[in-house]
Write a protein that binds this ligand. Structure first.
Ligand SMILES: [Zn+2]
Length: 423
């Protein structure tokens, strides 16, 4: 079956490459446009020139009430915000360092009429004091720009990627996708990669990070390996990466117990920590940083053997998968499963928290083999099931254009040279 598709698709590629290139030129015009910074007259839905505008960040000792009083807002209105709109905007929770905007009347009173609190790069909260008070949350418009990149490794993957001004998360993402199939500690000079992903831009101009990789190509030791992100109902809506023959790139275990996370610390028996005077403090787990409350998934089917709270581990769950392997998930905010319960791969077993010994919200994922903690990425584990026959056709149709696009990306002429993106 896939032989047929393979031949069929490669024919399409040859025909399509040129067209793709033309498309690239069109895209490049589009990309140039976004680098032109035009200061919008309208921000957060307000025409700024109608107001006296103050822009600042919350400082230590600031309170919402104080800020508003300093800007001549009547006390009853301030009280109304803090009492009636707590669900939308909890004034007691304003954070030091967060930017805000005050729009004041252009008369002698200079009264604050609007307060805009910038929760993060995308989300903001508006307090409108005109007429009766109103408070609401909004999102800035996010534009997604397709980006292609290719590189040849001179010393390290992260260097090859960073040299080209690509988001650090793309490196992380790429090594995560190939975590089971390529040993990233043994990359060779001359190994090559190509990636397709999207970048987020706010108001067309402000860079706000990279989306997960959609398609990738990695050539290690001269052996090519494709990867395509694919999600389907029959895969429990977990995004998995498959190669050009619909083989799963991961092993019987999920790569990570959390979606949309990054590895903040790897398994490392020789880890040295400044806090401990650079003494060796082995790290026998893989840390995945994610916000508090992020669901934690079982990485494989199994039976819960522990769901408890203990010392530095905090709240944790341990699952026995078979006679050889168990996995453990530390620092949970709360567990969702009890001892003795059977769980399936991908089931939520708890939520990311900060219980036990931890500097920030993350899940410390520990992989046990015959009673010893090992690095799962160094283990020879059986491959996960390839895509079921009934969704293969859909998969090959889906990856067809992406493979064309990947194949049409050229490597930089000089190793580690210029980035071959669309811009
Ligand atoms: Zn850890």
């Amino acid at each position: 079956m896939h032989k047929f598709w393979g031949t069929f698709l490669s024919l399409v590629f040859i025909i399509a490459c040129k067209q793709e290139n033309q498309k690239s030129t069109e895209n490049s015009k589009e990309e140039k446009a976004i680098t032109q910074i035009i200061l919008p007259e309208k921000q957060y839905g307000f025409t700024l020139e109608n107001f006296i505008v103050t822009q600042d960040t919350v400082r230590k000792g600031d309170s919402f009430g104080k800020l508003m009083q300093n800007n001549n807002v009547d006390y009853p209105k301030i009280a109304k915000v803090s009492e009636k709109y707590r669900d939308t905007f909890d004034v007691r929770r304003i954070r030091v360092g967060t930017p805000y905007l005050i729009l004041k009347s252009k008369d002698s009173l200079e009264k604050a009429e609007v307060f805009v609190y910038q929760n993060d790069l995308i989300n903001y909260t508006v307090v409108d004091f005109r007429d009766s008070v109103s408070v609401y949350k909004e999102k800035k418009q996010v534009k997604y720009v397709m980006r292609e990149a290719a590189g040849v490794i001179e010393s390290s993957l992260s260097e090859a990627i960073l040299d080209q001004g690509i988001d650090y998360n793309v490196t992380n993402n790429l090594s995560d996708i190939y975590a089971w199939t390529i040993d990233f500690f043994r990359l060779q000079k001359g190994d090559k990669f190509k990636v397709i992903y999207k970048e987020r831009y706010i108001n067309d101009t402000i860079y706000a990070g990279a989306e997960p990789i959609e398609a990738a190509y990695f050539e290690h030791n001269g052996t090519p390996l494709y990867a395509f992100a694919y999600e389907s109902d029959s895969l429990k809506n977990i995004v998995d990466y498959f190669d050009d023959e619909a083989n799963n790139l991961r092993r019987t275990f999920l790569r990570a117990p959390v979606k949309f996370s990054r590895i903040s610390s790897r398994y490392n028996l020789k880890r040295r920590i400044r806090y401990y005077g650079y003494k060796v403090r082995p790290h026998r787990g893989t840390d995945y940083a994610a916000p508090v409350g992020t669901p934690i998934m079982a990485t494989a089917d199994g039976t819960v053997t522990e769901s408890t709270r203990k010392g530095g581990n905090g709240k944790y769950v341990k699952i026995r998968h078979n006679g050889t392997y168990s996995t453990q998930y530390l620092h949970m905010k709360k567990q969702k499963v009890k001892r003795g319960e059977f769980v399936r791969q991908g089931d939520v077993i708890g939520w990311v928290g900060m219980t036990g010994n931890t500097g920030g919200p993350h899940v410390c994922y520990r992989f046990w083999k015959n009673g010893r903690q090992v690095d799962p990425f160094k283990e020879k584990l059986p491959a996960a099931e390839p895509l079921p026959e009934d969704i293969r056709q859909d998969y090959f149709q889906y990856i067809g254009p992406q493979k064309v696009q990947l194949d049409c990306i050229e490597f930089p002429e000089k190793p580690g040279g210029d980035l071959l993106t669309l811009n």
